[in-house]
Ligand binder design. Structure first.
Ligand code: PMP
Length: 402
């Protein structure tokens, strides 16, 4: 039976070519790159250096500007905390958009506790940060600006080029979380004046356990892990060599093939958008055109997002509710689902919206799989709406004439 995986924003399947590139570094070349006095260590060191150049090429960087981490969360933590500390005394202000991932947002807590002031940049109804708002928010004491490249929940691509130029003029370090976009849409640090860029291998058909932080030459970042001198002293600890090799291999493939992937995904996405138009009371989220290819997000009035996903899963269709992490968020005192901060930021009404849905398509998806989802959705929506208490209230109010 077909199983349709439409949750590539949470993770992508490993490309078999990437797996083949990694295999020797599990079994044959198991050396530690720091112990390169012998052949084993040298092979590992060479492999890590190759991967560094390959990842750098994906974003137009120099190899020496890429440092490997365990993934996007660690890269974001290092960028936010490291750049705030690295900016030095007197710079105690940080600016981030309201729609950043938790690995940026929650890294602000220790900064606030240490006396930093945080400015949150609002977004419009499509989830876009206004560059003028950035200009107004930056100050002489601003240590860091962080705005993501693309939002995983609503797919919107942020204007990081214009925003970066404003940061550059103001002399503020600019961090871009490119976890959801890297390997899917072009990102070149020779054009986008970002000082720090977060990348994650498992989001572009590479393995889990490897991420990278691009660090433009001259950017000041204080380390967050302490130990040996790995990763130019920014990130101590023995490197995850097979995963790093996999990240390099995935970066090469993405660099070569992302145009073709995007074309395929956009075509499938169109079929999905067109089919969804038949469902009443459905609202799309995110920007209508400035969005990730194959990313389709929406909510349906009075239809509980998580229930919809459970029913879809029974039909072998796998999608996500907002960002994968936010589905773990529940009210502290009651069992109510807490509205996603991204949905709140774009002004989705919480009384009739009880969860959004994100379909994130991947290069392996087919038209038949999209049709499977479209065949299943209308019946599930109808069934869930019929049992929704908010819909019953709404119908009663309608019957009373208001
Ligand atoms: N940033 C963004 C935009 C994300 O969507 C995610 C989650 N995939 C992360 C950071 C964190 O990624 P990870 O959980 O792989 O560390």
């Amino acid at each position: 039976m077909t199983k349709a995986f439409f949750d590539h924003i949470s993770t992508t399947p490993l490309d078999p070519r990437v797996f083949e590139a990694m295999r020797p570094y599990f079994l044959e070349w198991y050396g530690n790159p720091s112990s390169h006095i012998h052949d084993q260590g040298q092979a590992a060191l060479r492999a890590v250096d190759h991967a560094r150049a390959e990842v750098a090429a994906l974003i137009g960087a120099k190899a020496g500007e890429i440092l490997f981490t365990s993934g996007a969360t660690e890269s974001n933590n290092l960028a936010v905390l490291g750049a705030a500390e690295g900016a030095g005394a007197g710079k105690r202000h940080v600016v981030v958009s309201e729609v950043e991932h938790f690995s940026v947002m929650n890294a602000l807590t220790p900064l606030r506790n240490a006396g930093y002031e945080v400015t949150l940049l609002p977004v419009d109804g499509n989830g876009v940060v206004d560059p003028d708002a950035v200009r107004k928010a930056l100050r002489d004491d601003t240590a860091l600006l962080s705005v993501m490249h693309a939002n995983s929940e609503i797919g919107t691509i942020e204007p990081v080029g214009p925003i970066g130029r404003i940061a550059k003029e103001a002399g503020v370090t600019f961090h871009v979380d490119a976890t959801a976009s890297a390997g899917h849409i072009p990102m070149d640090v020779r054009e986008i004046p970002a000082d720090l860029v977060t990348l994650s291998a498992h989001n572009f058909y590479g393995p889990k356990g490897a991420g990278a932080l691009y660090l433009r030459e001259g950017t000041k970042v204080a380390p967050r892990t302490f130990g040996g001198f790995q990763e130019m002293g920014y990130r101590a600890g023995t490197e995850n060599v097979p995963a790093i090799v996999g990240m390099g291999a995935a970066a090469i493939l993405a660099g070569r093939e992302m145009g073709a992937w995007a074309e395929h995904l956009s075509r499938l996405g169109e079929i999905l958008w067109d089919g969804l138009a038949a469902i009443p009371m459905l609202h799309y989220t995110g920007h209508p055109s400035e969005r990730l290819p194959g990313h389709v997000s929406f909510w349906v009035e009075h239809v509980e997002g998580e229930s919809l996903l459970l029913f879809l899963n029974m039909k072998e269709v796998m999608a996500a509710s907002g960002s994968a992490c936010s589905s773990n968020l529940r009210g502290r005192d009651e069992e109510d689902l807490v509205a996603s901060p991204v949905l709140r930021a774009i002004g989705v009404p919480s009384d009739i919206c009880t969860g959004s849905i994100t379909f994130s398509l991947g290069k392996g998806n087919t038209v038949d799989e999209v049709r499977l989802a479209l065949d299943a959705l209308p019946g599930i929506v109808e069934r869930l709406r019929a049992m929704s208490p908010t819909y019953l209230d709404y119908q009663k109010r309608q019957a009373k004439g208001g």
